[in-house]
Ligand binder design. Sequence first.
Ligand SMILES: C[S@@+](CC[C@H](N)C(=O)[O-])C[C@H]1O[C@@H](n2cnc3c(N)ncnc32)[C@H](O)[C@@H]1O
Length: 260
Amino acid sequence: MRTVEATNQIKLGHSHSPRSIVLDSKRAFELWAEVYDDLPNPIVHRSERAIIQGLQDIRGFRVADLACGTGRLLAQLSHLAPATCVGFDLSNAMLQKARLKEELTGRLIRADLHELPVLSGSLDLVTFSLGLSYFRNLFQVAQEIQRILKPGGRVLCTDLHPTTSELGWTRNFTLLNNHYEVTHHPHTAQDVLQAFSMYFQLGRTLDLFFGDAERDIFECAGKSALFEELRSRAALILFEWTKPAATFWAASNKPSDSLC
Ligand SMILES: C[S@@+](CC[C@H](N)C(=O)[O-])C[C@H]1O[C@@H](n2cnc3c(N)ncnc32)[C@H](O)[C@@H]1O
């Protein structure tokens, strides 16, 4: 029998509790896929809600959802009438779960985000939910995203709020009574902004708080008190960038030996 906590991913206190099994992210996602969609997760819910709210009309757009996992966000995007809408992820297990979603037939590709099988300058929109902190080198990620976007293309990206690391929040899940913590690379907001400013114009950053839409998820898990405790803290962060129409170097990042 398996037990799953509805609040997967939320854990207050210090990381790596003695009872946790720490897994590298590749191994972790092969296991986590088994339960990722089983119960509503307030963090995933908040992330999806922010990205969907942040979209303008995407009818006719060419869209990619990076690190799409089990395809929950991708399924919602596919209902908004984009011209194409494809999810990319490295985990076979996550993609297997995504393939169970009928609307995702033919929309899923296994690929490493560092090297996407996508033509340069071909996409209008990239979404990237809760994936950033599994990448050590944000510059590589930003570069690959800018490569596949058209000039003027947008990126909507979320992650756990950088300040949650200081609070001891971990990426964790429970499967078959085992508690797992996933290794990740904590980045400050400044790290993220610096890497992406090499290639993008910043639209906005937005602190995301749990709201009434997530309250039920906490309540169903018997964690109403936790909801009240957390609702005043920024739990996630959203970044929005645009690929500029012409190549540019942000002044602060301009390498001193180039373009002189
Ligand atoms: C926490 S899950 C997020 C899934 C989904 N975007 C969501 O919001 O629920 C992170 C995902 O990143 C994927 N991932 C990690 N490293 C990757 C890489 N190098 N290339 C592609 N996907 C990767 C994992 O397989 C996993 O599905």
